[in-house]
Design a binder for this molecule. Structure first.
Ligand SMILES: Nc1nc2c(c(=O)[nH]1)N[C@H]1C(S)=C(S)[C@@H](COP(=O)(O)OP(=O)(O)OC[C@H]3O[C@@H](n4cnc5c(N)ncnc54)[C@H](O)[C@@H]3O)O[C@H]1N2
Ligand code: MOO
Length: 404
């Protein structure tokens, strides 16, 4: 059994960023930038009015009331051809360029006008209600760095920087194969002793949520023939993920069958609970991640190992997962040699502390517990017993809220 951190490193070292592709801006949401997005323009391109009112020379309205002569107007999208001289003003609108000579804008509510005479009732300092050229960004500025999954806000910024298309990483194709004679698909007629496949669907959801393309290969039976037949569908994938058939029984064939087929095994078995019989190897050009069959083991391993692999394929930085600290909501026993990932709820107590309360049962078959968990409490190998109130490390789980 190798430690969790080593398994993660070995998996990561098998992946490098996928080639880039060009997508239309509107299709960029969630895609990962393959290069810095550099502005093609300066924004605003010139000094602009932030208000509807009058462009003035601040020096002219230091003492009020001050009556100025209106010499023209400038709506947004046009520019004033002349120059504002002493005692003069130009009617201006929000988003219009400030005329030469003016250095401030008086909002129209602070003026009275009669014919060409505009009386300013309140003084303004230079630059009041003026947005100077380039205060948002300048041509050549990096707006969005490479390796960032694009939010709706980023798309808006890229559009403002005048990009109709973007270079992003190709989405990783993840072939997912469930295994087991007892496994059927949701909705199929259910025979006695059969189990409905949840793993492949949960993994597919995770892949899609992370920006990958899940390819569901179906369910292989517990024979070499069946496995070999089904894995063919994974040939053009960026990674093949299997679920089940990973442990010690006579029907747990994945490692042996893929081995006979030429898979180079990198490692098998890690010091982790749930997820001990994790396997990683390479079949031809395709990395293979063999997840255990137990549903919680399968999903927790996908969170810990498949997500970082996808991030690397998409050229994203691989930091450590977003781990945080919380206080235990109940006591836990000493840990053995396997790093433990306990399913737990998160809440905030009356004094504002984050409380992680592990579920009483941590059996790796319990899908209800996993679905209701807000985080995983990480217990290092050989951690001593811990009491309610002790500080622990947690790995928050995403909760159905779209990131925008
Ligand atoms: N003698 C030993 N037995 C087991 C060991 C061991 O070290 N020695 N390890 C245990 C651990 S830990 C795990 S985890 C499981 C992993 O088993 P497999 O990967 O071989 O998985 P299966 O036997 O195929 O299935 C286990 C369990 O999960 C259900 N399953 C399988 N696929 C799916 C699916 N797609 N959707 C939902 N549920 C699925 C399957 O019906 C079984 O109940 O092995 C222990 N045994
Ligand atoms: O590792 Mo198994 O995943 O303990 O159930």
């Amino acid at each position: 059994m190798i430690p969790v951190a080593e398994a993660r490193e070995r998996i990561l070292s098998a992946f490098s960023p996928l080639p880039a592709e060009v997508v239309g801006l509107a299709d960029g949401l969630g895609r990962v930038t393959a290069e810095d997005i550099v502005s093609r323009l300066t924004q605003p391109p010139a000094a602009m009015s932030a208000m509807d009112g009058y462009a003035v020379r601040a020096a002219d309205v230091g003492t009020v009331p001050a009556t100025l002569r209106r010499i023209g107007e400038v709506p947004a999208g046009q520019s004033f051809k002349g120059r504002v001289g002493a005692g003069e003003t130009v009617r201006i609108f929000t988003g219009a360029p400030l005329p030469d000579g003016a250095d401030a804008v008086v909002i129209q509510e602070d003026t009275e006008s009669e014919g060409d005479a505009v009386t300013v009732l309140h003084p303004v300092p230079p630059d009041r209600h003026v947005r100077r050229a380039g205060i948002d960004f300048k041509a050549g500025d990096v707006g969005i760095p490479a390796g960032r999954p694009l939010t709706a806000r980023d798309i808006g910024l890229a559009a403002a920087m005048n990009w109709p298309w973007l270079r992003v990483r190709r989405r990783p194709r993840v072939a997912i194969l469930a295994t087991g004679d007892e496994i059927i698909l949701p909705g199929e007629p259910l025979g006695p002793d059969q189990i409905v496949s949840s793993n492949a669907f949960a993994i597919a959801g995770l892949v899609a949520a992370c920006g990958g393309v899940p390819i569901n290969l179906g369910v292989a039976g517990d024979t070499a023939e069946s496995l070999l037949h089904f894995i063919k569908g994974g040939e053009r994938a960026d990674i093949l993920v299997t679920s089940g058939g990973a442990s010690a029984g006579e029907y747990d064939l994945v490692r042996d069958v893929l081995g006979d087929r030429g898979m180079e095994l990198d490692f098998y078995k890690i010091a982790m609970r749930p997820g001990k019989p994790l396997m990683f190897g390479r079949l031809g050009d395709v990395p293979v991640l063999g997840l255990p069959g137990n549903p919680v083991s399968s999903q927790v391993c996908a969170i810990l190992f498949l997500i970082p692999a996808l991030r690397r394929l998409m050229g994203m930085a691989i930091g450590s997962e977003p781990r945080r600290k919380a206080l235990l909501g109940r006591s836990v026993k000493r840990n053995d040699q396997r790093e433990d990932y306990l399913r737990a709820t998160l809440s905030v107590d009356a004094t504002g502390n984050l409380i992680a309360k592990p579920f009483e049962s941590q059996d790796s078959s319990l899908l209800t517990v996993l679905a209701r968990a807000d985080c995983l409490v990480v217990r290092p190998p050989f951690a001593p017993p811990a009491e309610a109130g002790d500080s622990v490390e947690i790995l928050p789980l995403g909760g159905g809220v779209l990131s925008f």
